[in-house]
Design a protein around this ligand. Structure first.
Ligand SMILES: Cc1cc2nc3c(=O)[nH]c(=O)nc-3n(C[C@H](O)[C@H](O)[C@H](O)COP(=O)(O)OP(=O)(O)OC[C@H]3O[C@@H](n4cnc5c(N)ncnc54)[C@H](O)[C@@H]3O)c2cc1C
Length: 592
């Protein structure tokens, strides 16, 4: 077992390459599961995309049934309920593989994630025995009803009510839910409602057959047109008392914890999607000839190909690194005697900061990839006859659902500061040490010339920049920092970029040590280019933050510090991007 790393600790601690998992390490079984999903998409989904988007009657349900027969809905479900009981990272790999399936991917992930997991992790033995096997086969399909017309990001403010009937046998649910994925065909709804004057939500398992459920027609959406999205009305929907999930007023906690899982899985899904889009774009760039040359010969196009691959490889490194951290934390909790469902939740909760970062960075990575995919296709990128148009539209939702990217950025900083305040993470000690270092004479010790030593030093310095800025913001603004969202966004950007840059560097380092320099030169280029653009982004975000709250000598001192911590030897990113693009162009696909 690996040493257990604490969530959020990357901000203050160096991670060794030997401590991270990289996707190249998946075993044969995991790869086989992945291949099964890819084959399924090829055989059943990708040849029906127009029919799926037209919401052909019954088609999505049939596809879900077939996926259920193959076991794709039960990868992480314990064997006793008919699943395969695979670990977290394998379920990430499935989300990744299915991620290229457009609306089908959304339907499947809503069912297996937010639809099924509340019961698996919070249900009692009877509830699990009744619902999980049928959800695992796909016989029953699930939806998750949290959002309401007036309650979106502020999810705990929902007005849907639950009242115990006079006999004390049923809760009568009344209210309106909005944007419910799989709403049109779901048999089971996880519904969040407030009992009487409760402050917090309570969760219920609601069967469609309980009655009192009506819905609006399908929403007309920008993208994921094949995914069923409905407004659902509950009118005295009578839910047996035994269908309350967990305890009264525990619903918001359930919603938050399930969303943590949803966020990192969404990240995994964008990876699969981006991989397919980049391959399609490279293929087109190799075939399309202008000025007597394939457009893949032009530096401007090669830049887009390389940069898309860099961002994908980098965010993928972060996603599977965090996935493994979750698996390791789970093993440690089980070893300490915790029961399985609790350990699953706790392990993800411990890495909620990383889950939020991955959601944001992956969804923004995919938006970049599809945008440049359209651009590489030129006019054909704008045509509904060609594949980029759907990819472009379908990508956009990822920055909105599972918590908007703004809300997730706020959460990253909020969770870090809360952990520091609770004494779980010592942020202030290292932040003060950075200030001490700034006052001292710089250390001109001999440079370490071992492989990636310079890059690791940059990462360490970028962390110092983040600690300096966050520490100063906390000291200066105190309680009002939580209202200074622009500064919080800057700090979240610094933290997120550091995490992803460190992840891709550790992956390149591990590959270097396992496969040798020659075989992994392009991956090293990827890590370096990502790192160098990170330096610029952190420098910009850092300056914006400091200008927003710093003053006088203190501001000047911190600006000097920021310059020192964002200093690096020049690196020719143009040549590195050329090498990266060449590899993809030669292979005619995304090949890492
Ligand atoms: C296609 C689709 C499928 C969905 N599926 C489901 C589902 O299955 N189940 C479900 O329950 N929900 C679902 N949702 C709802 C989704 O989770 C919400 O749309 C999302 O959480 C945002 O809520 P909202 O739309 O009310 O936006 P709002 O909360 O109104 O946000 C509007 C804007 O304000 C910003 N904002 C809001 N609060 C803050 C703040 N405190 N600080 C800074 N900025 C803020 C947001 O970032 C956003 O940019 C789905 C939505 C869509 C579009």
């Amino acid at each position: 077992m690996r040493t257990t790393i604490k969530g959020g600790e990357f901000v203050i601690k160096e991670t060794l390459y030997s401590e991270v998992f990289i996707p190249e390490e998946f075993d044969e079984e995991a790869k086989m599961i992945r291949q099964t999903c890819l084959d399924f998409l090829d055989a059943e989904v990708l040849n029906k995309l127009d029919r799926i988007d037209a919401q052909e009657e019954g088609l999505m349900q049939q596809l879900m049934d077939k996926a259920g027969e193959l076991g794709m809905l039960g990868v992480s479900i314990p064997e006793e309920y008919g699943g395969f009981g695979k670990n977290f990272n394998t379920s990430m790999l499935v989300a990744d593989a299915v991620g290229g399936g457009f609306s089908f991917a959304v339907a499947l992930s809503a069912h297996t994630g937010i639809g099924t997991l509340p019961i698996l992790y919070y249900g009692n033995a009877e509830q699990k025995a009744k619902y999980i096997p049928k959800l695992t086969t796909g016989e029953w399909k699930a939806a998750y009803c949290l959002t309401e017309p007036n309650s979106g990001s502020d999810a705990n403010s929902g007005r849907t009510s639950a009242k115990l009937n006079a006999e004390g046998t049923h809760y009568l649910i009344n209210g309106q839910k909005m944007w419910i994925t799989n709403g049109g065909f779901a048999d089971i709804f996880i519904v969040f409602a407030k009992i009487d004057d409760d402050k917090n939500l309570t969760a219920f398992i609601v069967e469609k057959d309980f009655g009192g459920i009506t819905m609006n027609p399908e929403e007309h959406k920008l993208g994921i047109k094949g995914s069923s999205t409905r407004q659902i009305f509950f009118n005295d929907c009578a839910v047996p008392v035994e269908n309350m999930l967990s305890e009264r007023e525990n619903g918001f906690k359930i919603a938050v914890n399930i969303l943590n899982i949803g966020r990192i899985k969404l990240g995994a899904a964008t990876i699969g999607s981006a991989r397919a889009v980049i391959s399609t774009a490279v293929n087109y760039a190799n075939e399309r000839v202008q000025f007597n040359l394939p457009i893949s010969k032009f530096g401007a196009v090669r830049y887009k190909i390389a940069e898309s691959a860099i961002r994908l490889f980098a965010t993928e490194s972060a996603a599977y690194r965090a996935g493994q951290n979750i698996d390791d934390a789970y093993e440690a909790l089980i070893a300490s005697g915790m029961d399985e469902a609790k350990a699953k939740l706790k392990s993800v909760e411990q890495f909620a900061i990383e889950c939020a970062i991955i959601k944001v960075w992956c969804s923004e990575m995919l938006d970049y990839v599809v945008d440049e995919g359209v651009q590489i296709y030129g006019g054909m990128g704008y045509s509904a006859e060609a594949p980029m148009e759907r990819a472009y539209r379908d990508s956009r939702i990822n920055r909105i659902f599972e918590g908007t990217n703004e809300v997730n950025r706020l959460l990253v900083v909020d969770m870090l500061l809360k952990r520091a305040m609770k004494g779980e993470l010592d942020l202030m000690g290292p932040a003060q040490a950075v200030v001490g270092e700034l006052m001292a004479i710089p250390d001109f010790a001999d440079e370490d010339t071992t492989v990636f030593a310079a890059e690791k030093k940059i990462i360490a310095n970028l962390k110092k920049a983040g600690l300096m800025i966050a520490g100063a913001a906390v000291q200066k603004l105190m309680m009002s920092l939580s209202k200074e969202q622009e500064i919080l966004m800057n700090i979240a950007d610094i933290i997120g970029y550091v995490y992803v840059a460190e992840s891709v560097l550790l992956r390149a380092e591990k590959l270097y040590h396992s496969q040798g320099e020659e075989a992994t030169r392009v991956q090293a280029d990827i890590a370096r280019v990502y790192l160098y653009s990170t330096i610029e982004k952190i420098s910009a975000a850092g300056k914006e933050a400091l200008y927003s709250f710093g003053e006088g000598d203190e501001l000047n001192m911190m600006l000097v510090g920021l310059r020192r911590f964002t200093k690096a030897q020049p690196f020719n990113v143009k040549d590195a991007r050329q090498r990266i693009a060449r590899k993809l162009i030669e292979e005619n696909k995304y090949c890492f």
